[in-house]
Ligand binder design. Structure first.
Ligand SMILES: Cc1cc2nc3c(=O)[nH]c(=O)nc-3n(C[C@H](O)[C@H](O)[C@H](O)COP(=O)(O)O)c2cc1C
Length: 184
């Protein structure tokens, strides 16, 4: 049984990037995969600091979840044409996977979602694409930029745009079913 880890969200009480991730994970779950959502808005992750000798608990949790994943789904809000600081900082901590064998995200596929106030969500997707490549992972070709996110989800996290809901579920399902060329 595959394990799919979703990483994302924001510090907002009404986080569209978290809601979008929930839809994608629902899609993954429908394939029979085990899913887990790492809600960055609920975690205590200090700024990445190479001087720190103790690894914070939530950083350990994040790294162990990534290690245990067959595949991942990342979901960030678009901030000033790129990913949020919260998201980037969490991903910077994956530097702790540098000494793993295989290292970083080797052999893992990553599905990408970016929710935007306007219509430029692809900019956040493109930023994440570079990061996944740097971490030796494989991005899934289908991506979901969510435009006008503030009116796409209601206060309870219900997606009011049927087409977006379908795309998010399809992304989750596709990521869970995907296989990547194994790099040895
Ligand atoms: C600091 C900041 C920067 C933002 N920059 C952009 C931007 O460049 N383009 C855009 O379309 N929306 C921008 N937004 C709007 C967010 O992308 C949008 O509200 C998103 O849905 C927030 O995600 P969340 O609901 O998970 O917090 C920005 C919001 C904030 C708070």
């Amino acid at each position: 049984m595959k394990k799919i880890i979703g990483i994302g969200g924001s510090l907002s009480d009404f986080s569209t990037s978290k809601y979008a991730l929930e839809y994608a994970l629902k899609g993954a779950q429908k394939t029979g995969a085990v899913v887990e959502l790492i809600d960055l808005g609920k975690m205590i992750i200090p700024m990445h600091d190479t001087r720190l000798e103790m690894i914070p608990d939530d950083v350990k949790l994040l790294c162990d979840a990534v290690r245990s994943a067959d595949a991942l789904i990342w979901s960030t809000p678009l901030y000033h044409g790129s990913i949020s600081g919260l998201f980037k900082n969490a991903i910077d901590w994956l530097q702790l996977l540098a000494e793993d064998e295989p290292k970083y995200l080797t052999n893992k596929v990553v599905g990408l979602i970016c929710t935007a106030g306007g219509v430029q969500g692809m900019q956040g997707i493109n930023s994440m694409e570079y990061i996944v490549r740097a971490l030796r992972g494989w991005t899934f070709p289908m991506v979901v930029p969510v435009s006008n996110a503030w009116k796409t989800f209601d206060m309870n996290g219900v997606c009011e745009d049927e087409k977006v809901a379908q795309q998010l579920e399809l992304l989750g399902k596709s990521v869970a079913n995907a296989s990547v060329p194994v790099v040895s």
